[in-house]
Design a protein around this ligand. Structure first.
Ligand SMILES: *Cc1c(COP(=O)(O)O)cnc(C)c1O
Length: 482
């Protein structure tokens, strides 16, 4: 499932690059080599990670990095941007074609940055205020203190409605640790306590009462599809802008697993994403939007972003070109099929899953029936060479730090070529580990939330079994640094 590549050419490219790097700073050449070994030898189940192609990765190491290119294609604040224009145009064109989007802005450096661009664009587009229009038309360096005061007042007390954190929402959707929690009043919608599923009637009721400017849909830990046509109806009814953050599942949209009502792009006014998760591109972000938001979105740099990373925009173009090939649809379907196999493999061995299954690339385990916290599960799995991350489950009694859940996903191992049988085996290995963990008892006699003992031999046995799976599906087959 890896994007096919010429292993001889890629090996030579990396060997030579590491020789040049190592001559200046051997520590870094060593860390780059070691990272490949680590990635190759661990069972990576982190739902937000993947393995980009050698072509995508190689595109990031060159002199495009040396160019300043503030502004947009054909309209730069620096001279000599013709090649960056080619790069940015290509990336935007691929994004528009892949997602059938009227407009694409490919400069955001990450998903969080893409959301900030979107928030600002929605505010600028929706708030009718001559003072605001005047101020936001200026270059950010030209805004006086007075302009800023006017801006803040003109924005007023704007409201954002998003999915609650413990239901799987993201902290950029109006929560405290992110500036969105300071820019907006926030209210959130959760999931049904019985089924764990989104209840659209409840979302609608909350929206009617709260009257948000922005209704956000999207998640990083909800294992189900979202009906974006329904979300748009709710947004329209209350006069909100529908913003969808598809950071996690963009690969399933690109690969046509999520279509019709489940494809956010035609329904949302503004769609944001990362490019490095299921989409399998370079670390970065992107904003897609309807034409009426395009001008405001294009002001992202310098409004809230630093100068564009031209080398990363170039890598986005390469990865998006890959995602437009039919093989990527096969990959995306395999990601979803593998997630079902993983979920079923866990459930038939007695593991409780949030929503009792999955419809996307991720699975959320509730490990409380093992008498352990998410933190203990995460650490014990890591001892056995299985890389996951702990994650709160809805109404989690252990809070966001220790948690009762573990989040896993299939994009990375599917890139290595794992299929449904291998994912069933992964489920078996995970269950072996989870059922061999005992919390350490504290001096007060209570079970610790962090310390644990993993039964003798389980870590070694699991590592050996994963090594077998990993050897069968090598990462970057044929790539040899020696
Ligand atoms: C991962 C994620 C982000 C943040 O992406 P970064 O590239 O880490 O800034 C934003 N929103 C959602 C829903 C995510 O899952």
């Amino acid at each position: 499932m890896t994007q096919p590549f010429d292993a001889t050419a890629a090996s030579a490219a990396y060997r030579n690059a590491l020789e040049v790097i190592g001559a200046v700073e051997p520590t870094i050449a060593g860390a780059i080599r070691a990272e490949l070994d680590d990635q190759r030898s661990s069972l990576k189940l982190i739902a937000s990670e993947n393995y980009a192609s050698p072509a995508t990765l190689l595109t990031m190491g060159n002199w495009l990095s040396d160019k300043y290119a503030e502004g947009t294609v054909g309209h730069r604040f620096y001279a000599g941007c013709q090649n960056v224009d080619t790069v940015e145009q290509a990336a935007a064109d691929h994004a528009k074609a892949l997602f059938d989007a009227p407009h694409a802005y490919v400069q955001p450096h990450s998903g969080i940055d893409a959301n900030l661009v979107a928030f600002w664009a929605i505010l600028a587009n929706r708030i009718e205020s001559p003072a605001l229009a005047q101020a936001s038309a200026k270059h950010v360096n030209d805004l006086s203190d007075e302009d800023w005061t006017t801006l803040r007042k003109a924005l007023g007390d704007q409201k954002m409605l998003g999915m609650s954190l413990d239901a799987g929402g993201h902290l950029t959707h109006g929560f405290r640790p992110n500036i969105s929690g300071k820019m907006f009043h926030q209210s959130s919608y959760g999931t049904d306590p019985e089924t764990g599923l989104l209840d659209y009637d409840k979302v609608a009721a909350t929206a009617r009462e709260f009257k948000p400017l922005i209704l956000i849909a999207g998640y990083s830990a909800y294992p189900r599809k979202i009906d974006f046509a329904k979300m748009r109806e709710i947004a329209d009814e209350v006069g909100a802008t529908l913003m969808v953050d598809m950071a996690h599942f963009a690969g399933l949209v690109a690969g046509k697993v999520f279509t019709g009502d489940f494809d956010p792009v035609p329904h949302a006014h503004v769609t944001t994403t990362t490019t490095h998760k299921s989409l399998r591109g370079p670390r970065g972000g992107m904003v897609l939007c309807q034409p009426e938001y395009a001008d405001a979105v294009d002001r992202g740099c310098p409004m809230v972003l630093g100068g564009p990373l031209s080398q990363v925009m170039a890598a986005k173009a390469v990865a998006l070109a890959e995602a437009r090939r039919p093989e990527f649809q096969t990959y995306a379907q395999a990601v979803a099929d593998n997630a079902v196999a993983l979920a079923e493999g866990l459930m038939k061995r007695g593991v409780k899953l949030v929503t009792d299954g999955t419809e996307n690339h991720l699975v959320l385990l509730d490990v409380s029936s093992y008498g352990i916290t998410g933190r203990q599960a995460e650490s014990a799995l890591l001892d056995a060479g299985i890389v996951t991350n702990r994650n709160a489950v809805p109404r989690d009694p252990n809070g966001a730090w220790y948690t009762s859940g573990v989040r896993i996903g299939t994009p990375a191992l599917t890139t290595r070529g794992f299929g449904v049988d291998e994912f069933d085996r992964v489920a078996e290995l995970m269950v072996d580990v989870l059922s061999s963990v005992t919390p350490t008892t504290t001096s007060a006699g209570a079970a610790s939330k962090a310390k644990y003992v993993l039964a003798d031999g389980v870590a070694d046995k699991t590592r050996a079994a994963s090594a077998e799976l990993l050897d069968k599906h090598p990462l970057y087959p044929g790539l040899d640094l020696n």
